[in-house]
Write a new protein. Structure first.
Length: 281
């Protein structure tokens, strides 16, 4: 027996879209004005994928997002599966704008509210979903990183796809913005030179590209053209290669040596954001 599928009317679609626009109005800002122009902040119900090369500063960028949202009086949950307890150093560095070596015990007592789960709290995705449903609503949940929940070697693509779909579902159900950090596929040293990754370079299945509402790719310049010297410069970009709220584009990022604080736009450069039609998707 074939189930009859009835198409939606324009009126029904309009009502859904109007509800989405109302959620966009209450979205906390990312803390980066140029980025907010592209993605309208962290919209409730959206799933954001943040990716980039290894050691480029994904946890640092995520910590900036967490601190920026928490400073607005919003409720933030950081699931620190890879950085674990050192995530407090990242956040303290963002708050104080100090290097990691300069941080004092007092610097770890910053006055913003961010809840943190570590590996011992969330050994599985199912446990995380249960906790999210059990706790008061969060405005932003960051999962660093999603690969921790992928345990199957034989069927990891399907497991990964299922995990992302479950996170999409919980984001919509709880009306919370969720950001997952994902790794890129490994590339040779020579391939890293002057290369801008795309959504297709995310390690694993195509679910990141298909099911994420927004896909953000952080890049960073190299200090040397020598492929044997993998040292990043302090200049980079954040590419928006997929978004539901606006155009694709990119914003400049300013990194610092031994700091988690990341600046953008007028904070370090008078260059305005570049919006163009040929961004990799």
């Amino acid at each position: 027996m074939v189930t009859q599928i009835i198409p939606k009317t324009l009126e029904e679609i309009k009502e859904v879209r109007l509800k989405e626009k109302e959620l966009e109005k209450i979205a906390p800002t990312t803390g980066y004005t140029d980025l907010d122009r592209l993605i309208k902040g962290f919209v409730p119900g959206h799933l954001y994928t943040l990716t980039g090369d290894s050691n480029i500063g994904k946890s640092s960028l995520a910590s900036n997002f967490a601190v920026n949202v928490a400073k607005q009086g919003k409720h933030v949950l950081y699931v620190a599966l890879e950085p674990e307890n050192t995530i407090i150093d990242y956040m303290a560095s963002v708050v104080t704008d100090k290097t990691f070596d300069e941080l004092t015990p007092d610097d770890l007592n910053f006055d913003i509210k961010i809840d943190i789960f570590g590996k011992e709290n969330v050994p599985s995705l199912e446990r995380l979903l249960f906790l999210i449903k059990s706790l008061p609503r969060y405005d932003l949940i960051i999962v660093d990183h999603i690969g921790y929940f992928i345990t199957s070697q034989n069927n990891y693509l399907q497991q990964q796809s299922n995990s992302i779909k479950q996170l999409v579902g919980i984001a919509k159900e709880m009306k919370t913005a969720i950001m997952i950090i994902a790794h890129l596929r490994k590339r040779g040293k020579g391939d890293k030179k002057a290369y801008v990754p795309t959504s297709d370079d995310i390690s694993g299945s195509g679910a990141f590209k298909q099911d994420s509402t927004e896909v953000l790719i952080a890049t960073r310049g190299m200090k040397s053209d020598d492929p044997d010297e993998v040292q990043y410069s302090n200049e980079g970009h954040l590419y928006v290669t997929k978004t539901k709220c606006g155009p694709n584009g990119r914003i400049p990022l300013g990194f610092s040596e031994r700091k988690a604080k990341i600046t953008s736009g007028s904070e370090f450069d008078s260059t305005i954001q570049e919006i163009f039609g040929s961004v990799p998707s």
